[in-house]
Ligand binder design. Structure first.
Ligand code: CTP
Ligand code: CA
Length: 221
């Protein structure tokens, strides 16, 4: 019922959200991933939908149900997430990048399961950088209004503002990684050109609703 009575501040807008971790194969049974439950991104997708938006959620592997009324595209790797997002971004008014995207993938991933060998040696993995999805969307001409997320372990405000500028996005949301990980409560700080605004500790859905209310008046008509 609370959901139903949210102000429809994104009525008619198309919102694209990424959530969850990405998963980078080492071999068919082993992956490298980031710590992310997906809860914050799913809450953002739900809050956008409650606010009247048409919402597409590009999600890495999570154990979460799809929020009501949200169109979900499942991906595994960062490169798959990049492809799915670039295909959807053209038509979006807002892009909210909540996913914990792996920064690298394994170049020498094996097609077959790696076996332990008698000598007890371990595989040597070689990494290459993944595409920066948010930075690529932020660079699009006439692309969506972009919001980034950053979980930092220290110097939150300073690192988050530096990241906002580096990625070229109008808004970046910061939180402390130690607090956010798999928790149901979160303490977000929103940074934009005008400075920063600290939210109190809230449930992820309430924090997401506050974020949507802060984004809505900033959008071009
Ligand atoms: N992001 C992305 N694609 C990537 C990496 C990050 O879209 N390959 C997005 C995240 O979804 C988030 C923002 O960029 O919205 C910041 O992610 P973060 O990992 O904090 O930034 P990085 O630039 O990867 O810096 P760091 O070295 O701190 O990991
Ligand atoms: Ca990163």
């Amino acid at each position: 019922l609370v959901a139903f009575f949210q102000p429809k501040v994104l009525s008619g807008k198309r919102v694209l959200v990424t959530a969850g971790p990405t998963s980078e194969p080492i071999d068919p049974v082993r992956v490298i991933t980031n710590r992310s439950s997906g809860k914050m991104g799913y809450a953002v997708a739900q809050a956008a939908r409650e606010a009247g938006a048409h919402v597409v959620l590009v999600s890495g592997p999570t154990a979460l149900p799809t929020p009501y009324g949200v169109a979900r595209i499942n991906v595994d790797s960062a490169r798959q997430m990049h492809a799915a997002v670039m295909a959807e971004a053209r038509g979006a008014d807002v892009f909210i990048s909540v996913a914990a995207v792996a920064d690298w993938h394994v170049v020498n991933a094996s097609d077959n399961k790696l076996k332990k060998n008698a000598a007890g040696s371990a595989p040597q993995l070689t990494f290459a950088p993944n595409p920066d999805i948010l930075a690529d969307v932020a660079r699009m001409t006439a692309g969506p209004w972009c919001v980034g997320f950053a979980a930092e372990t220290e110097n939150l405000l300073e690192y988050a503002e530096a990241k906002r500028r580096r990625k070229g996005v109008p808004m970046l949301v910061g939180n402390l990684a130690q607090q956010a990980m798999n928790a149901d409560l979160t303490e977000l700080v929103m940074l934009d050109d005008a400075g920063h605004r600290q939210l109190p500790e809230l449930s992820k859905i309430d924090a997401a609703r506050q974020l949507i209310r802060a984004i809505a008046p900033r959008l071009p008509d």
